[in-house]
Design a protein around this ligand. Structure first.
Ligand code: AMP
Ligand code: MG
Length: 424
């Protein structure tokens, strides 16, 4: 295929009244609210943001226990113990896990103890089994241990009343363990956003069905599904909607109340079949505008009964880029996250990248580290139908407004959209 520098056919045409990408994103983010918190069991709360501080109700650990299998003793009794002159103690009982010990440790006495078992009264140190020799009802201690040796003190991790996990923290493995350990079986979190995805177009066919000449498989539902899963939202693929404004409108309205966000692709520009525009323009809820970006120039955004609606253009790469630039940060904000943007790095370009001077260009690149430096290479021509260039990429190089050619050897900002080790 011919790869003219501005192969984004769909985005061509008149580019008057284009709005800067940053302005559009700021306005969208200003209109997005964090979802009302809900109480979820820990397993479901995984990956969600904690909506309120959680404090420890009790000391953690809740009681002093042994850190080793061995003998609970009085440190003063074993102070002189050596290999050559062991101290011999009388074994007066056993301290098992899960119970309060019923024996106490007096002078000259020891209690056999398991890891995690509560320390019996009178004892103040644990002699690990490998530093002892048991013999009948006696035990020979081969080394001295100071007071507190191998004892896990009550409250040494967290004190009652102290904060366990702060509000705003995304719940990952350490937090879930901590919450479980302190007896919080459920917590108040910002819920996952439920997002309805609709692909529009008379030409579209589901991926499992045969295509006849001229038909196009629905890629966008799945591109969006992946992005939504990655971001921690709950995608609902509503399927393909034909280019019939009334049908689309009915379908969307049918989800109101059950969705936190709508995303449609296709039908937002100036063509005769621009179904999303026809369905919602008159209701006045959705704005249709041009953003000074490539790909992804025509966009629709608005509220359907207070639920955000993103009307993306139809080209598959435009969908990918629009999701990254507008929807991903918006959903993260909805779900209570503070870190809503992808990490960006500066990388040195391998070869020239040319784009439109009056738009910010998101160029698909592969970046890697080489001799202490990030390098970036284009993964192919800029056509916004060329999904292959996205699968080869791990970043989007941001070629700013005012630059038409970013030259080989120059430094560009690159937004990383996947972990580098996921390559190959
Ligand atoms: P539109 O914005 O509806 O004019 O669509 C622009 C281009 O994107 C056309 O070539 C469509 O066939 C294509 N397209 C629209 N929706 C999809 C989709 N869900 N999957 C793949 N290609 C699509
Ligand atoms: Mg269409």
């Amino acid at each position: 295929m011919d790869s003219a520098p501005q192969a984004d056919q769909h985005d061509h045409g008149h580019v008057r009244d284009m709005r800067p990408m940053e302005d559009v994103r700021r306005e969208i983010l200003n209109r997005i609210h964090t979802l009302a918190p809900i109480e979820l069991p820990l397993q479901e709360a995984y990956g969600c943001v904690l909506a309120a501080d959680v404090a420890a109700e009790l000391d953690m650990p809740g009681f002093s226990s042994s850190a080793m299998d061995g003998f609970a003793v009085r440190a003063s009794d074993v102070a002189s113990a050596t290999m050559d002159e062991p101290v011999t103690l009388r074994v007066v009982g056993r301290a098992p896990v899960g119970q309060q010990p019923d024996t106490t440790v007096g002078a000259g006495e020891a209690v056999r103890i398991a890891t995690g078992a509560p320390i019996p009264a009178g004892a103040d140190a644990i002699v690990p089994i490998e530093h002892s020799v048991a013999e009948g009802i006696e035990v020979h201690i081969l080394r001295s241990f100071p007071e507190g040796a191998n004892v896990r003190q009550a409250g040494e991790d967290v004190r009652a009343g102290q904060r366990l996990v702060p509000q705003g923290r995304r719940l990952a493995s350490p937090e879930l363990g901590m919450l479980a350990s302190s007896g919080h079986a459920s917590v108040l979190v910002s819920p996952r956003a439920r997002v309805v995805v609709i692909s529009t177009g008379d030409e579209l066919v589901e991926p499992g069905r045969p295509v006849t000449y001229g038909k196009v498989r629905d890629a966008n539902s799945y591109t969006l599904y992946g992005g939504l899963r990655e971001v921690g939202a709950i995608p609902y693929l509503a399927g393909i909607s034909r280019d019939e404004p009334e049908v689309l409108k009915e379908e969307v309205l049918g989800f109101v109340g059950r969705a936190d966000c709508f995303i449609s692709s296709g039908g937002v520009s100036v063509g005769e079949r621009d179904v999303v525009k026809k369905a919602f323009f008159r209701r006045g809820e959705i704005d249709f505008f041009r953003v000074a970006m490539q790909p992804g120039m025509p966009q629709g955004f608005g509220m359907i009964d207070e639920t955000p609606y993103f009307g993306l253009p139809g080209n598959p790469v435009s969908v990918f880029v629009s999701f990254e630039v507008f929807i991903r940060p918006a959903l993260l904000k909805m779900m209570g996250r503070h870190d809503i943007f992808r990490p960006e790095i500066w990388a040195v370009l391998e070869s020239d990248i040319t784009g439109p001077r009056d738009k910010v260009m998101y160029a698909r690149v592969r970046v890697w580290r080489e001799r202490g430096q990030w390098r970036a290479a284009s993964t192919g021509p800029p056509g916004s139908n060329l999904l292959g260039t996205v699968t080869k990429a791990n970043g989007l190089a941001i070629i700013p407004v005012g630059t038409d050619t970013a030259e080989a050897g120059s430094r560009v900002r690159v937004m990383l959209f996947r972990a580098l080790e996921e390559e190959k």
